[in-house]
Unconditional design. Structure first.
Length: 277
């Protein structure tokens, strides 16, 4: 099997973005709205801070209280929308259980949406505008293109229908002339779709999901999930459970070290594009 390392892709784009950012004065800041009471979210936000610092992009942390409502969050976002010193708003998920997620997301000024998650941003992706794209979706496309995995005419199965992976990927892949199938919890005979796919993109969030499922022997699997088993991070796909000889030409992204590594650098892509708008 062939491992598609995210580290190589990250280095490639990082070098490109360093050149773009060189001698550039970032006179505006990014706002990171985070929930310090959610450990997984706080860890994710920490990685964002690290990558921003590496590019000398100024940012400010806005920590949410343990309990808050829609009105509280809307007031925060409206203030940042109106603040001319702010060029982008990063809204750390998940939001509280009582929060209207779509209402809050769409309150972000689309010109300050550096994650590509507002309805306006997602609508632009539908018509082929890739200026601002959800970083996870863009990282998947970037990995496929970096490793020259044929996308045009490829039978591509996406097992995810979220706004940050599955749905934007439909249009990103269609633009590149792939034949796209979306699978989800209500899909019948999902094994048949997987077996016939040239490219499988998985965001199931279930360890060992592909155990006992037949994959195309010369196919490609992009694993965009993070699961934990006995304290160890793993994806949906476990390469050690495939016959190494039969799947000698099979390609896959590891977890960790695959999609996640590239996602942060794709956020920088969005930020640089936002500064240039």
């Amino acid at each position: 099997m062939v491992e598609l390392s995210g580290d190589e892709v990250k280095r490639f784009f990082e070098n490109q973005f360093i050149i773009r950012a060189k001698d550039r004065k970032f006179d505006k800041k990014i706002i990171i709205i985070e929930n310090p009471y959610d450990k997984s979210a706080a860890s994710y936000a920490k990685s964002k801070k690290k990558i921003l610092e590496s590019f000398n992009i100024p940012y400010e942390i806005e920590s949410l209280p343990e309990v808050y409502d829609n009105e509280y969050l809307l007031k925060k976002i409206i203030r940042f929308n109106e603040d001319l010193s702010v060029t982008g708003i990063f809204l750390q998920m998940p939001l509280g259980k009582n929060i209207d997620q779509r209402l809050i997301i769409d309150s972000i000024d689309p010109s300050k949406d550096i994650e590509g998650i507002t309805s306006a941003s997602l609508g632009k992706i539908m018509i082929g505008d890739e200026t601002i794209v959800p970083p996870t979706a863009m990282s998947i496309i970037s990995i496929l293109e970096f490793y020259k995995i044929p996308i045009e005419s490829a039978n591509t199965v996406i097992i995810n229908r979220s706004l940050i992976i599955g749905k934007p990927l439909i249009f990103l892949l269609l633009k590149r002339n792939a034949t796209v199938t979306i699978c989800h919890t209500k899909t019948k005979e999902i094994e048949k779709h997987i077996k016939e796919a040239d490219i499988v993109i998985s965001g199931v969030g279930r360890a060992h999901f592909f155990d006992n499922k037949e994959l195309k022997r010369d196919g490609t699997l992009i694993d965009a999930s993070i699961n934990f088993e006995n304290g160890k991070m793993i994806g949906d796909f476990c390469p050690q459970n495939l016959n190494q000889e039969l799947y000698n030409n099979f390609k896959y992204t590891p977890v960790p070290g695959g999609v996640g590594v590239v996602t942060n650098i794709m956020l920088i892509r969005n930020i640089l594009n936002a500064f240039e708008l």
